[in-house]
Design a protein around this ligand. Structure first.
Ligand SMILES: [Zn+2]
Length: 106
């Protein structure tokens, strides 16, 4: 079970984007890397030709590069703190819990 899921809010705990929060847009490589909204933005130079039929006129495009899941912490929707994730079983289903306030996150 992945610690971080698509749609979660996470907080970056290291690097250039430290303390930035964003929504998880994608989970990659079996949960080891995540793409987080507005985190780890990189600029790619794209030629007009490669832009093809898209609306881009070429030039620079910015997008989020994946970050290692160990560089982010889940933000608990209940207590709004970056927290480690625990697990518990509710109705025979494994769910995540906030280590700070014990809220079930799922
Ligand atoms: Zn909490």
């Amino acid at each position: 079970m992945n610690r971080i899921k698509k749609g979660d809010t996470v907080e970056v705990i290291t690097g250039e984007d430290k303390d930035v929060r964003g929504e998880v847009l994608r989970v990659l490589d079996k949960g080891t890397r995540v793409v987080v909204s507005k985190v780890n933005m990189v600029t790619k130079h794209q030629s007009a030709q490669r832009a093809g039929r898209s609306q881009m006129q070429g030039g620079r495009i910015q997008f989020e590069a994946p970050v290692d899941v160990s560089n982010v912490m889940l933000v608990c929707p209940k207590c709004d703190q970056a927290t480690r994730v625990g697990y518990t079983v509710v109705d025979e289903r494994k769910v995540r819990v906030c280590r700070k306030c014990d809220a079930v996150i799922d």
